[in-house]
Design a protein around this ligand. Structure first.
Ligand SMILES: Nc1ncnc2c1ncn2[C@@H]1O[C@H](COP(=O)(O)OP(=O)(O)OP(=O)(O)O)[C@@H](O)[C@H]1O
Ligand SMILES: O=P(O)(O)O[C@H]1[C@H](O)[C@@H](O)[C@H](OP(=O)(O)O)[C@@H](OP(=O)(O)O)[C@H]1O
Length: 312
């Protein structure tokens, strides 16, 4: 463990943050249409934030703070060791801390300060902490007549006894290769550690709780779709390459997947086959956004050019 800006971070986290600092980052947010009452530039809006060091570093970058300042938005760090009501006043409280005690503090604050926009109310995002429940709103989407379809890869959840995984996979009829993902999503590096498994036996080496998802060939590109209020932003990222039937007979074992589609993997300027690189059609995105807003109140999803057999 080491200290950064007075906060304790583990070695892996620190390494990631330092790597990140060296990279030039583009801000792709256009801020258009954000619906929770952003002020005109001559007004002031105070956003209190409570974030991990990792999130503060990746999100509150100097260029983003600068852009916000020009729009009259000021970010103020919340001291989690002091009562929240003694701080501020805030127009917005932005937080991504998951501890139970913190969630209770935030809920209490929301009730005492209904005039403050809390992003996000813990109850509203609870289902996003689990890779099974986060897909629930997508599983039963019925987007007919809008230039595509949206679905979820076939998957099972394994909560215990890794030695039973090969049996469970056979029982569910899942086809190899499989993508193994930690079930719980808590913002740690561990929760983003994915593996691709090419044979049944190696599956027993995995550490539950996890989801095992069929690998969906999609041409090595994903589109991340960010929906905030009325605004829909699509970015094109590199992804895992297709696997062929022939490769499969030669490959065995389990392979860790790096953060293959992070913002460092932008494919915006790559020279790609138009059949995989063209953005998903606007009517599909708009319908998807409408449905996600209705069901979840917000949305971020990933879709591929095969649009869209899958949303992972
Ligand atoms: N079922 C799948 N079939 C093929 N590739 C997949 C599948 N699931 C995930 N991937 C690949 O792995 C990447 C990461 O998957 P996922 O988004 O589920 O994990 P994550 O840790 O939340 O990643 P991110 O930080 O990019 O949001 C995807 O962008 C995609 O490239
Ligand atoms: O930057 P994009 O491509 O949108 O991917 C995000 C992931 O989807 C999020 O899950 C990451 O947040 P968490 O690490 O808190 O889960 C988030 O982590 P970050 O905010 O620390 O960059 C990103 O990696």
């Amino acid at each position: 463990m080491k200290k950064l800006n007075g906060k304790v971070v583990d070695e892996e986290e620190l390494e990631e943050l330092e790597e990140e600092k060296e990279k030039v980052v583009e801000t792709y947010s256009n801020g258009v249409g954000v619906s929770f009452g952003f002020p005109q530039p001559d007004q002031n809006l105070v956003v209190g934030y409570a974030l991990t060091v990792k999130k503060e570093t990746s999100f509150l970058k100097p260029n983003f703070r600068g852009l916000a300042r020009t729009k009259g938005i000021k970010f103020v760090c919340i001291d989690v060791n002091r009562p929240l009501s003694d701080q501020g006043p805030f127009d917005v409280v932005l937080h991504k801390l998951l501890a139970k005690e913190w969630c209770e503090i935030i809920e209490d604050y929301r009730h005492k300060h209904p005039e403050v926009t809390v992003l996000d109310p813990p109850d509203a995002i609870q289902h996003l902490r689990n890779r099974k429940s986060m897909l629930q709103g997508v599983v039963d989407l019925n987007l007919s007549d809008c230039h595509g379809k949206v679905g979820v890869p076939r998957q099972i959840v394994v909560t215990k006894d890794p030695s039973s995984i090969p049996y469970e996979v056979t029982k569910a009829g899942l086809k190899l290769p499989l993508v193994a993902k930690p079930l719980l999503v808590d913002g740690t590096a561990k929760s983003h550690k994915l593996f691709v498994a090419y044979d049944q036996l190696s599956l027993a080496e995995l550490e539950p709780p996890l989801v095992l998802q069929e690998f969906v060939n999609h041409g090595g590109i994903v589109f991340k779709v960010y929906i905030v209020g009325e605004s829909i932003t699509v970015v094109k990222r590199f992804s895992l390459p297709n696997h062929g039937k022939r490769d499969l007979s030669k490959v065995a074992g389990m392979y860790p997947v790096p953060r293959v589609s992070s913002y460092l993997s932008s494919a915006e300027d790559a020279d790609l086959d138009p059949s995989i690189a063209e953005h998903p059609p606007r009517p599909l995105l708009e319908k998807l956004a409408t449905e996600l807003r209705r069901r979840l109140g917000m949305g971020k999803c990933q879709i591929t050019s095969a649009f869209l057999q899958s949303s992972f």
